[in-house]
Design a binder for this molecule. Structure first.
Ligand code: IFM
Length: 469
């Protein structure tokens, strides 16, 4: 089978504002929930914060040049909400928008297509103090923010994404509390999920109203490829339940205009879902131009038995589960090789998801908006950084993408997570996902061998032979 990708395929990398920008107080930016959370003792590894991150706010031009040198034709980044709308409401701060205007202009000048995400987890703290995503009002604030950014950048950005991984915002932010704002309330997590769905729908409407007709609007989900440990009915039921909490809670409203009934039944002990108003799910279902899929590893679940005490869902430790009402379900470490995050390397999960959404959302083009791996990459004596594990990881996953395309999936692009090493949320600077190495002391950038390898794939549109070893 050919390992050639379709013409026009987007080859990009992805980042997020809080993970790379730094400059937390510049030009009137106010704290986001991640500033507050990372400054709270005990919340991140080593007490790391995004105060400096990788100083992208001041090194924007150098970072765009890096991408251009690699010959990549797309770049997915996020806008920091508190940088452009510091209180989470009202008119935008022009100086905040100027940064993104300059970034986009730089990208376009280098032939790199900007792919803008509105929300990659950095809610203005002021909105969290008013209740955050568990409150309906936040969805309306998000729509207003979308309109403001749309008006400002719609003349030069064609590709828009509303939310990145709303599952993490809702369930890690309000359920397990391992992400900002660090709340541990299962009902708040479900309410947040709903208001993210509603916010996505309202923001899409707001964008359509201000963007030119050529604009393309999408959302990036991190669907779980959930596998049952055995075919026993109780394990299959565990799979169904986690599929509802991980996937259908978002894809139901966003793609089909309705919540899955089994999700309501499974969580009835916790809530009657009366925060879902008539018509909300229909608002969440807006015509989209594509669907973004972020994939890292599959999940293996079963009904919990004795001894299933360790959590292997890949979402950090902590005393609280991110899975409301599912304490009787166990997650098992998937078999096979692991990355430094302890996540398994299994491209078949990506293949399965691409075919699933091809079936469930026929006609909707797919983009892999994140995929990548963390390894402890250290510079050699001559300063070069070799990361053969990442090359193998990328080869395996790109090969799975190619196979999915061959089997009918309409995949139009791939965004490697991440352009460069950065602030990996609760893991701080301990985990390196970048294709470009960053020395966190000096901020020196060094493309790793995986960056060169990926550049070659992007230039030729072909996968070379699998790396040996
Ligand atoms: O770094 C994150 C990113 O912000 C969202 N998706 C997963 C990545 C790796 O954990």
């Amino acid at each position: 089978m050919s390992e050639t990708f379709p013409p026009g395929f987007l080859w990009g990398t992805a980042t997020a504002a809080y993970q790379i920008e730094g400059a937390p107080q510049e030009n009137g930016r106010t704290p986001s929930i991640w500033d507050v959370f990372s400054h709270t003792p005990g919340k991140t590894a080593n007490g790391d914060t995004g105060d400096l991150a990788v100083d992208h706010f001041h090194r924007r031009a150098e970072d765009v040049r890096l991408m251009a040198d690699l010959g990549l034709n797309a770049y997915r980044f996020s806008v920091s909400w508190p940088r452009v709308q510091p209180t989470g409401r009202g008119p935008a701060v022009q100086r905040g928008l100027d940064f993104y205007r300059a970034l986009v202009d730089d990208l376009l000048a280098h032939g790199i297509e900007p792919v803008l995400t509105l929300y990659h987890w950095d809610l203005p703290q002021e909105l969290e103090s008013a209740g955050g995503w568990p409150e309906r009002e936040t969805a309306y604030r998000f729509a207003e923010y979308a309109r403001v950014v749309g008006e400002a950048l719609g003349d030069r950005v064609e590709r828009w994404t509303t939310l990145n991984e709303p599952w993490c915002s809702a369930f890690l932010g309000y359920g397990s509390g391992v992400h900002a704002p660090g709340r541990t309330d299962p009902v708040a997590a479900l309410r947040a999920a709903h208001h993210l769905n509603l916010g996505h729908g309202l923001a899409t409407q707001a964008l359509r109203a201000v963007l030119p007709a050529r604009a393309q609007i999408s959302v990036s989900l991190n669907p779980a490829c959930v596998r049952a440990r055995t075919q026993a009915p109780e394990d299959l039921n565990a799979r169904r339940r986690i599929d509802a909490l991980a996937n259908r809670v978002f894809s139901g409203p966003m793609l089909a205009g309705a919540y899955p009934e089994d999700l309501f039944a499974d969580t009835a002990r916790l809530t009657d879902w009366s925060f879902v108003h008539a018509g909300d799910a229909a608002v969440a279902r807006q015509p989209l131009d594509s669907l973004g899929i972020n994939y890292y590893q599959p999940a293996v679940v079963s009904a919990a038995g004795e001894g299933d005490t360790e959590r292997h869902d890949g979402h950090g430790g902590g005393d609280h589960s991110p899975w409301p009402g599912a304490d009787d379900i166990a997650f098992h470490r998937p078999p096979g090789e692991l990355t430094d995050m302890g996540w398994s390397v299994d491209p078949t999960g990506l293949y399965d998801l691409l075919l699933r959404y091809t079936r469930e959302a026929p006609g909707l083009p797919l983009y892999i908006t994140e995929n990548g791996a963390a390894y402890e990459d250290k510079p050699a004596a001559d300063g070069s950084v070799h990361d053969p594990d990442r090359i193998r990881y990328l080869h395996g996953h790109l090969s799975a993408v190619r196979r999915a395309i061959g089997d009918g999936a309409d995949v139009r692009g791939y965004f490697l997570w991440s352009l460069m090493d950065n602030f990996e949320w609760a893991y701080g600077y301990d985990q390196r996902f970048g294709a470009v190495h960053v020395d966190f002391e000096t901020q020196r950038r060094t493309p790793k061998s995986s960056a060169r390898w990926y550049a070659k794939v992007a230039a030729t549109g072909e996968l070379p032979e699998p790396p040996v070893g």
